[in-house]
Ligand binder design. Structure first.
Ligand code: SF4
Length: 195
């Protein structure tokens, strides 16, 4: 499992999320963790105390030593699709702590940041059509921006896709338009200065 999940992770680090998301989609639904190798294990095993989003992964690995072998071996033998889904869910939930798919929390920080900036055109399009999809922050911004720019769009569909009330969608669109409106002109004061 580890070679393949590592290849998916490496691709995601280079902006190609397709392989990781494709593998994660092979275990749809909320019972995806039933076949997880860590199922029934002590969760403390997967949350090393010295590990965190701002730590140096080399130092964490050095400090933890062989204590990491057990959780990492569980991840290495986890079914590929389950490991992929495990990592994707942690990114969706912005889990800062814990080992996921063989990555320490300190090793996932860059992926978490990239995930937030990721824009999947298909996900954005699905939400605009009223299909609820988990979005990154950037994708959510994109949906609101596209809705705010096109008054003919179906507000009920977009609100449903985002999982928010229509009224709140309109409020977000208004706020978006206000924040992206051009700054007031300084022509009057410039003219006064010239005079
Ligand atoms: S990859 Fe995720 S689900 Fe699988 S053993 Fe590791 S932490 Fe558990």
């Amino acid at each position: 499992m580890s070679t393949s999940i590592n290849a998916f992770i490496e691709a995601a680090r280079h902006g190609n999320w397709g392989p990781l998301l494709g593998a994660a989609a092979e275990v749809p639904g909320k019972h995806w963790a039933e076949d997880a190798r860590c199922s029934g294990q002590d969760t403390d095993l997967f949350t090393p105390l010295s590990d965190g989003p701002r730590e140096d992964p080399d130092e964490v690995r050095h400090f933890q030593g062989t204590a990491l072998n057990r959780p990492l071996n569980f991840c290495a033998s986890c079914p590929l699709a389950v490991a992929a889904r495990c990592l994707v869910e942690s990114l969706r939930l912005d889990d800062e702590y814990g080992i996921r798919a063989g990555l320490l929390a300190s090793e996932r920080s860059d992926l978490r940041n990239s995930w937030k900036l990721r824009i999947d055109a298909e996900a954005v399009s699905a939400v605009l059509r009223g299909v609820p999809v988990a979005l990154s922050e950037a994708e959510r911004e994109e949906v609101i921006s596209r809705f705010a720019a096109d008054p003919t769009m179906n507000a009920t569909h977009v609100a449903w896709g985002l999982g928010i009330p229509r009224k709140y969608l309109w409020q977000l669109a208004r706020e978006h338009n206000q924040s992206s409106a051009p700054a007031p002109s300084t022509a009057i004061s410039s003219g006064a200065d010239a005079a």
